[in-house]
Each structure stands twice: as structure tokens, then as C-alpha cells.
Design a protein around this ligand. Structure first.
Ligand code: FES
Length: 153
């Protein structure tokens, strides 16, 4: 029989975690794998700070049980830069000064990457709608949108 627990495929690496069925994906990432890029803002699905990409779609990882994510590809902010190079959207966030305190930034970027990977993100209204679940208390929205538009171009 397989060992009890959950196997997660995160940023291309498989991890077997001895966790119960009640553990959220967010807690598994942060507390078991030390991947603390995804933030626990509300833990209620209302802020987007915990956004990761699961099976190519962005999810609020505080609302997903780790067991439901078993063996499905997960990308976190830690997995975006490849070969020492930032993802184009990470670079665009720097160019456009798209953060102030930075707390919401990993979730903003993962949501934006999901949009860009769907071949969208060219139109401001579409970006605003897609990003409406990612709150920024500093109000950096205009710069976030500019960064996404540039990276999607
Ligand atoms: Fe998951 Fe706020 S921590 S949406």
C-alpha cells in the first residue's frame, strides 16, 4: 500500500508529505515545503495573496486541500524564474514599480502569469476583470496592469 500522506508535484519536483486530508495546499507549501512565496492573507479565498497555478489554472491555495492537488503540476512563485532569469512578468513588475509593500506581489504575479499563459492580457478591461480577486492594499493597481500588459505584449 502507498505510504499515507500526499504527494505534491511542485515546480517540477515530487514531494511526499506525511500530512492529513485536512491540510490546505497553502499550508502544505508554506509549512511543509518552506515555499513561503504564497502568502496567507485571509485564508478565506478573498484576497488572492495565496495564488498558485495548479494544472495551468490559477487557484487560491488556501481553498484547495493538498490531497486534491495530489500528482497534479503546481507552480509557485519560487518556480517562475528559470536558469537564473526572471519570468518576463517578474521583470515587468520591477520595470513598472508594480508593488509597494510587496505582500500581495507573488499572488498578483501568479494570477497575471495564468492570464498571459492563456494568451490573454492585452486589454485593460480584461486584465482588471481577471485580477479582481487579487487585492492590493497599497493600491498599486495601475502599475500592476501596466506590467501585465507589457509582459503579455
Ligand atoms: Fe487565500 Fe486570501 S489567503 S485568498
Amino acid at each position: 500500500a502507498p505510504a499515507p500522506g500526499v504527494t505534491l508535484l511542485v515546480n517540477g519536483t515530487r514531494h511526499h508529505l506525511a500530512i492529513g486530508p485536512e491540510v490546505t495546499l497553502l499550508d502544505a507549501l508554506r509549512e511543509r515545503l518552506n515555499l513561503t512565496g504564497a502568502k496567507k492573507g485571509c485564508d478565506l479565498g478573498q484576497c488572492g495573496a495565496c495564488t498558485v497555478i495548479l494544472d495551468g489554472k490559477r487557484v487560491n491555495s488556501c481553498l484547495v486541500l493538498a490531497a486534491r492537488a495530489q500528482d497534479r503540476p503546481i507552480t509557485t512563485i519560487e518556480g517562475l524564474a528559470a536558469d537564473g532569469r526572471l519570468h518576463p512578468l517578474q521583470q515587468a513588475f520591477i520595470t513598472h514599480d508594480a508593488f509597494q509593500c510587496g505582500y500581495c506581489t507573488p499572488g498578483q504575479i501568479m494570477s497575471g502569469v495564468a492570464l498571459i499563459e492563456e494568451g490573454r492580457g492585452h486589454d485593460e478591461a480584461e486584465i482588471r476583470k481577471h485580477m479582481s480577486g487579487n487585492l492590493c492594499r497599497c493600491g498599486a493597481y495601475a502599475n500592476i496592469i501596466a506590467a501585465i500588459r507589457e509582459a503579455a505584449a
